[in-house]
Design a protein around this ligand. Structure first.
Ligand code: HEC
Ligand code: HEC
Length: 445
C-alpha cells in the first residue's frame, strides 16, 4: 500500500473515534431511556414543533391556525385598550392578558398571585405589582390559584388547574355539571376545545370588551375581517372570534429553542453533563416522567400532591379556605375521587417565575425537587387516600437533587420567549400593563 493510503485510513480512524466521543455514555443512557418511554419509540415524540410550523402544532376543533388569526390574537392578548370593563375609572385600559401571563416570567405573573384590574406596577417581571387603594379587596380581578404558564399550551386539551374547559377529551363524561354550580362552564356546550372555550369566558372575567371603540377607533375591524372572512358579519366581531384568534396565537407559544430541545434534535453539546444526569433522573429514578410525559412534559391527568393552597401564602387577595379552586378537579366534577387533584402542568421555562404549584407554595426549583424527594404532603386538608401513589420518598442524594434542578432550570428554559411579543398594539398603549407605575417600570413614558 502507498504511504498516503495509510494516512487516509488513519485519518478515518481518528475521525470515527472523535464521533464516538461526542456521543458519550450519558447521551447513550438518556437516549435509551427516552426511546423506551416514548409512545412511538423515538426521540421525535419529545420534540416540539417550531412556532411557525402550523401543521405540527396541535389545533383546536374548528379553529385551524392561520397567519391572520395568530397576528390578530398576538395583539389582542397584549392590548390594554380592551380592558374597559374595569370596576373603577383608574383601572380603565390598564391591563391585558399579558398582565398575568408575562413572557419574561414564562407566561406566569412573576408573583404569588396575578392581579389585573385593580392592580398597578410591574417592576422587572411583574414582581412589583400590587393592589391599588381605590379598589376594595372583592373588586380586584384576582383568582384563588396561581395563573398557569401558557408555554406549550397547545398540548392542553382541557384548561385550568381543574380542566373544566373544553367539551371533549377528559371532559367527555362531565356534561351533567356544565353550567350547574359554575356558570362559566356553560360554554362547553358549544363543543369546542379547552382554549377556545376558556378564552371566551376569560375575556369577560378579565373585564375586556370587543366593541365599536376597539373595532373602529383602535382599528381592529380590518384584522377581524382578514382573520374571519368566512364568518358571517354578525358573528365576526364577537368574543368567540376574539377567543379563536387569541387561542390560535397562544398555541404558537412553543419552547423549541430550549437547550433540551436542541439536544433532542441532535446537538449533543447543547446541555451539560450535569444536566444530562438530571434528565436521566427525571426520566428514571426520580419518576417525574410518570406524570410529566408529553413533549411539553405535561399530561391531562389529575393528581394530588397535597401542596398548600393560595390563601395559605398569606399574601393573596380575595381567597380563603372555602375557595372552590382548592378542590382541584373535584371542584368541577363534584366527584369524591377527584377531590384535591390538580392537572399535571407543563415544565418548560419554570425558571422564569419562582412561584410553584397552584398555591405558589414553593419559591425555587430546588425546593420543588426537595418536596418531591421527601414525599410528605404539606396540606393537612387533603385526605391521605387522595394523594397519588407516585408521590413518595425518592431517596435522591444532594448531588442528584442538584443535577435534577439543573435540568429543570437550564435545559428546559427557552431563552427567547420575547419573540412571542408583538412589536406594538393598535392603541399604541403600553403593554402588557398601562397604569402609570407600570408605564414607568416598562419605560413607556
Ligand atoms: C388576573 C390574572 C389573569 C388574567 C388577566 C388572565 N389570566 Fe389566564 N389564568 C389566570 C389564572 C389564575 C389561571 C388558572 C385558573 C384556574 O386554574 O382556575 C389562568 C389560566 C389560563 C389558561 C389555562 C392554561 C392551562 O394550561 O390550563 C389560559 C389558556 C389562560 N389563562 C389564558 C388567558 C387569556 C387568553 C387571557 C386574556 C383574555 C388571560 N388568561 C388573562 C389568571 C389570569
Ligand atoms: C404523581 C404525578 C407527578 C409526579 C410523579 C411528579 N409531578 Fe410534578 N406536578 C404534578 C402535579 C399534579 C403538579 C401540580 C400540583 C399542584 O399545583 O397542585 C405538578 C407540579 C410540578 C411543578 C410546578 C409547576 C407549576 O406550574 O407550578 C414542577 C416544577 C414539577 N411538578 C416538577 C416535577 C419533578 C421534578 C418531578 C420528579 C421529581 C415531578 N414533578 C413528579 C404531578 C406530578
Amino acid at each position: 500500500m502507498k504511504k498516503w493510503t495509510y494516512f487516509v485510513l488513519l485519518a478515518m480512524l481518528v475521525y470515527a473515534c472523535a464521533q464516538e466521543d461526542a456521543f458519550s455514555p450519558l447521551d447513550e443512557n438518556l437516549t435509551d431511556r427516552l426511546e423506551r418511554l416514548a409512545p412511538n419509540g423515538s426521540l421525535e415524540d419529545f420534540v416540539l414543533p417550531s412556532s411557525g410550523d402550523f401543521a405540527k402544532i396541535p389545533q383546536g376543533k374548528g379553529n385551524p391556525l392561520t397567519r391572520e388569526k395568530v397576528n390578530l390574537g398576538k395583539m389582542l392578548f397584549f392590548e390594554t385598550g380592551l380592558g374597559r370593563d374595569a370596576r373603577h375609572a383608574t383601572g380603565m385600559g390598564t391591563f391585558s392578558c399579558g398582565t398575568c401571563h408575562i413572557p419574561s416570567s414564562g407566561f406566569m405573573p412573576g408573583r404569588t398571585q396575578g392581579i389585573a384590574d385593580g392592580g398597578a406596577g410591574y417592576g422587572d417581571n411583574g414582581e412589583m405589582r400590587d393592589a391599588i387603594s381605590e379598589y376594595a379587596e372583592n373588586e380586584l380581578d384576582v383568582q384563588g390559584a396561581r395563573p398557569i404558564s401558557l408555554v406549550n399550551v397547545a398540548y392542553v386539551t382541557n384548561s385550568t388547574w381543574s380542566g373544566k374547559f373544553g367539551a371533549g377529551y377528559v371532559n367527555a363524561d362531565t356534561k351533567a355539571v356544565w353550567g350547574e354550580d359554575d356558570p362559566s362552564t356553560e360554554i362547553n356546550k358549544l363543543g369546542y376545545d379547552g382554549l377556545e372555550s376558556q378564552n371566551v369566558e376569560g375575556l369577560k372575567i378579565h373585564r375586556m370588551v370587543i366593541d365599536d371603540y376597539v373595532l373602529d377607533t383602535l382599528g381592529y375591524r380590518n384584522y377581524f375581517d382578514q382573520a374571519f372572512s368566512a364568518w358571517p358579519q354578525e358573528e365576526r366581531y364577537s368574543l368567540l372570534a376574539a377567543s379563536f384568534a387569541i387561542s390560535a396565537y397562544i398555541r404558537t407559544i412553543v419552547s423549541d429553542q430550549a437547550p433540551f430541545q436542541k439536544w433532542l434534535r441532535g446537538d449533543l453539546e447543547a446541555i451539560s453533563d450535569r444536566e444530562k444526569r438530571g434528565a436521566i433522573l427525571f426520566f428514571g429514578k426520580a419518576g417525574c416522567y410518570r406524570c410529566h410525559k408529553s413533549a411539553s412534559l405535561n399530561s391531562m391527568e389529575f393528581q394530588a400532591l397535597g401542596v398548600r393552597d393560595l390563601y395559605e401564602s398569606g399574601v393573596a387577595y380575595n381567597t380563603g379556605p372555602d375557595d372552590l379552586r382548592n378542590l382541584g378537579r373535584g371542584g368541577f366534577t363534584g366527584k369524591t375521587e377527584d377531590m384535591y387533584k390538580f392537572k399535571v402542568p407543563g415544565l418548560y421555562n419554570m425558571a422564569d417565575s419562582p412561584f410553584y404549584f397552584h398555591g405558589s407554595s414553593r419559591h425555587s426549583l430546588r425546593s420543588v425537587v426537595e418536596y418531591f424527594n421527601k414525599g410528605i404532603p404539606e396540606n393537612t386538608n387533603v385526605p391521605p387516600a387522595q394523594i397519588s401513589a407516585f408521590f413518595h420518598p425518592l431517596n435522591l442524594t444532594d448531588e442528584e437533587m442538584d443535577d435534577l434542578t439543573e435540568f429543570l432550570s437550564k435545559s428546559l428554559r427557552d431563552p427567547n420567549l420575547e419573540r412571542y411579543m408583538p412589536e406594538r398594539v393598535l392603541s399604541g398603549n403600553c403593554f402588557p400593563n398601562n397604569d402609570p407605575a407600570s408605564r414607568h417600570d416598562l419605560g413607556c413614558n
